[in-house]
Each structure stands twice: as structure tokens, then as C-alpha cells.
Design a protein around this ligand. Structure first.
Ligand SMILES: C[S@@+](CC[C@H](N)C(=O)[O-])C[C@H]1O[C@@H](n2cnc3c(N)ncnc32)[C@H](O)[C@@H]1O
Length: 427
């Protein structure tokens, strides 16, 4: 994985559930601005420690998955059936429900094998291979978890949403969702650089902040652009590292992302269905000779407001990202700083302000119209012809579930003028 390493964070909150932030201590730390040399060294050390501990918490959550899901998802359910009056139990059993739960148990174990692979690839020390040395892996895992008291609050949900995010980004089943969202973004990018043939686009640098599992950035690179994803969730970074850097064949892994869902399910087959990932072989990039691809770990504002990032990017694309801001203006200022004069910004997504109503967090929320006005106020030139008020888009939806959330997302395309200071600097 290339690039910086700043404190990493939570996974996405767009999957249709209520906000479930993990607590203030999980959120990004900004570098203090003024301090003496020694204080700076202390701060760096403290930050490195905080990062290592955040990474260890995420690895622990991946390792806890099996025990946690077997206890809370499988054995608890079997126990509830066991507690039923004998006649009821007999009916439930005759419908094959106990067998289904036992199948689910097997699939949870399969998911765990996949998660073990992520941990093995994560470079959190000398992790034994879960395939070649399963006993050593088990012993290592026991030691790793020693002294811990279960996963951190909210982290098990993030393991489950990472599995669903793999469907969105790296499965055939996720194609429809990607077409709804990544499709219009890539279409707009293609139009912007229509005069440049894919083999000549390597010099065009496209940044994808909040890249999730990296598929949008990857697909952009497959069109010949040099692209860089930026992400600060260790869940996302570890999983994307595994898929992008450790895959030997398309469809190499089979996961069961919906096995944990017992409500709003039409058929057992829907719940237990396998999903193969990744749908493509990531190392098989058509323009690898000309187009560069990278994922950079860290907070978007911290990484891209650096002096070295000034006017470096020909395009920025944001998908389901701008509403992760506590202060959207800080995102806009960072984009302005990092974009070359004349560069384009393409955005698609809803406005589920992630910090809205979160205890102890500051948050400024904008309506869509206010947000668009803000973009113009900063100095960007909106492309009215490409503005779309309502782009129906799901986010890690279970396409066969009985409940579907669809966002009326908006799409906007804006350019940084070739000349002129950002208006926000004089606001
Ligand atoms: C809703 S998800 C969208 C992911 C991806 N763009 C997609 O469409 O699937 C938002 C992502 O932004 C990341 N994120 C949020 N704030 C960030 C920040 N300040 N810097 C970097 N990444 C951030 C989150 O970890 C999360 O993966």
C-alpha cells in the first residue's frame, strides 16, 4: 500500500442504518499547529501509538468475528428454538429452519477464513499463514487477543458492512449499484477528457477521496487515467489491500455477506447465497504501462492540504463522500488547494451528514441547494448542464432483501477556474 499513514477511521455509514459512530476517540486527530521540537516528537510518538492501537482494534474485530457471530448469530438462535414448547419446536424443525441455521454456521466459518486472509495480509507483525499453518495462526490469534475484552463498540458492525461493501465494489452482483453511481461519474470524466486517447491519459491525475474499497479509483485507472484513492478507515484499507494486492484470480474468494441477516429475507437461498470476489483480477490493468494506481492511507484534509499537494490534480471525484465532513468548507478548501487551475471536480451522492447529532462532535449540515451555493461561493464554476437533482442510488443494498433504501442522490460537476483566488479565503 503506497503512501502516508495517518490515523484511520470508521467505515461508511451509508448502508441505510442509523448513524453508529464508534465514539469520539475513533475520529481523526489533526496535527497540532504550533509546538516546540520536543513537543512535536512527543506528539508524533503519541500519534504513531494511537494509530497502531486503532489498527490493532480493527484486526481484533476481524479475529473476533467467528466467535462473536457464532455466539450471537447462531447458537443464540438455536437456543431460542430449543426453548420453544416441544410442539412448536417440532414444527420449526420440520420446516428445515434448524438445518438452515446450521448451514449459516458453516458459512460464518467460511467468512472467517476470508477475514483471516485479510489479517494475514495486513502486516501487523509476523502473522502465520491461516492456510499453511492453521494451528500457528490460531495460537497467534489467541495471543493477539489476549487481554482484550471483545471487539470495540461498533466494530463488529463494521466487519459486517465491510463484507457488504465487497459486494458493492468487487462482485458481479454489485455491478448494478456501481453502474448507478460510478457509471455517471466515469461518464463525466470520459467526457471531460474525450480528446485524449486512453493510452495517452497516464499524465492526467485523478484523486478519489473516501475511496472505500477502491473500485472507483481502479475503474478510473482502467480507463487510462492515473488515479489515487484516499481512505482513512482501516477496515477499508485492510480489505482493499487484500483484494488489490493479493488476488491471484478473479472469483478467488467466496463470501456470504448476507448470512447474518435474518429479517426481511424472502428465501433461505437468498440469505445463504455465495458472492464471489473479486469479479476481475485487479493486477490485470489494461493501461498498467502508462497509468499509475495507488491507495493512500490518511485523513483527506491532513494529506491533501500539504504544500506538496498544491495544484497536483487534474480531476477529483467524490462518491458518497462529501457528507462525511464535519465542515464541508474544509473539504472544499482542500480540494481547491489540491486541484490544478482548470481541474474538474465530479461529485455524486446524498447528504447524510455523518456527524449530524453525534454527541461531542461539531457538525455543520447543508441542504443540497445550500451545498451547491457553497461550492459556488468558494469560487468553483458549476457546470449547470451536468447538474442532476435526483440520481437514484443504493448503497451496499442487499438486492434480494425485502427492504431497500434508495437515495435520491445529486450529481454536480464543477471546475476550478484557471485564474483567481478561492473566494473562501476572503469570506
Ligand atoms: C460512504 S463511504 C463511500 C466509499 C466509496 N466512495 C463508495 O462510493 O463506495 C465514505 C468513505 O469515506 C471515508 N472517509 C470519511 N472521511 C474521510 C476522510 N476525512 N479522509 C479519508 N477518508 C474518509 C470513509 O472511511 C468511507 O470509506
Amino acid at each position: 500500500m503506497a503512501g502516508h499513514s495517518h490515523r484511520a477511521q470508521q467505515a461508511c455509514e451509508h448502508d441505510g442504518h442509523a448513524h453508529s459512530h464508534g465514539g469520539a476517540e475513533e475520529h481523526g486527530r489533526h496535527h497540532p499547529h504550533v509546538h516546540s521540537h520536543d513537543a512535536a516528537a512527543d506528539d508524533d510518538e503519541a500519534e504513531a501509538e494511537a494509530e497502531a492501537s486503532a489498527l490493532a482494534d480493527v484486526v481484533a474485530a476481524l479475529l473476533y468475528y467467528k466467535t462473536f457471530m457464532l455466539n450471537s448469530g447462531i447458537y443464540r438462535r438455536l437456543h431460542h428454538i430449543d426453548e420453544l414448547p416441544a410442539r412448536h419446536r417440532a414444527v420449526v424443525s420440520s420446516l428445515g429452519i434448524i438445518d438452515k441455521i446450521k448451514d449459516a454456521e458453516r458459512l460464518v466459518r467460511e467468512n472467517y477464513r476470508f477475514l483471516q486472509g485479510i489479517v494475514h495480509a495486513s502486516a501487523v507483525g509476523a502473522v502465520p499463514s491461516p492456510i499453511d499453518s492453521p494451528e500457528q495462526f490460531k495460537a497467534w490469534s489467541g495471543e493477539f487477543l489476549d487481554g482484550r475484552d471483545g471487539p470495540r463498540s461498533g466494530h463488529m458492525e463494521k466487519v459486517l458492512s465491510t463484507l457488504k461493501q465487497l459486494v458493492r465494489d468487487w462482485s458481479e452482483e454489485g455491478r448494478a449499484e456501481r453502474d448507478q453511481t460510478y457509471g455517471p461519474i466515469i461518464g463525466s470524466l470520459e467526457r471531460e477528457f474525450a480528446g485524449v486517447a486512453p493510452e495517452d491519459r497516464g499524465a492526467i491525475r485523478v484523486l478519489v477521496p473516501g475511496a472505500g474499497l477502491g473500485r472507483l479509483a481502479f475503474d478510473i485507472c482502467c480507463r487510462g487515467f492515473s488515479s489515487q484513492g484516499n481512505e482513512f478507515s482501516y477496515f477499508m484499507l485492510l480489505a482493499s489491500n487484500y483484494i488489490l494486492n493479493q488476488t491471484q484470480a478473479a472469483g478467488q474468494h467466496t463470501i456470504y455477506p448476507f448470512v447474518h441477516q435474518f429479517s426481511n429475507v424472502a428465501t433461505a437461498a437468498d440469505q445463504l447465497r455465495p458472492v464471489r470476489v473479486p469479479d476481475v483480477l485487479p493486477s490485470d490493468m489494461p493501461h498498467a504501462g502508462t497509468a499509475a494506481f495507488s491507495m493512500v492511507a490518511g485523513d483527506f484534509i491532513e494529506v491533501y492540504s500539504a504544500e506538496s499537494e498544491r495544484e497536483q490534480w487534474d480531476a477529483i471525484v467524490t462518491c458518497f463522500f462529501v457528507d462525511t465532513a464535519k465542515n464541508a468548507l474544509a473539504y472544499l478548501d482542500t480540494m481547491w488547494h489540491a486541484m490544478k487551475p482548470g481541474a474538474v471536480w465530479i461529485n455524486l451522492g446524498p447528504l447524510l451528514w455523518h456527524f449530524d447529532g453525534i454527541e461531542g462532535e461539531s457538525s455543520v449540515e447543508f441542504t443540497r441547494d445550500e451545498f451547491v451555493a457553497l461550492v459556488a461561493a468558494v469560487g468553483f464554476k458549476l457546470d449547470d448542464a451536468q447538474f442532476r437533482e435526483c440520481v437514484p442510488a443504493t448503497y451496499t443494498a442487499n438486492s434480494r432483501g425485502m427492504l431497500q433504501y434508495t437515495y435520491s442522490s445529486f450529481m454536480c460537476v464543477a471546475r476550478k477556474p484557471r485564474q483567481g483566488a478561492p473566494l473562501s479565503s476572503s469570506l
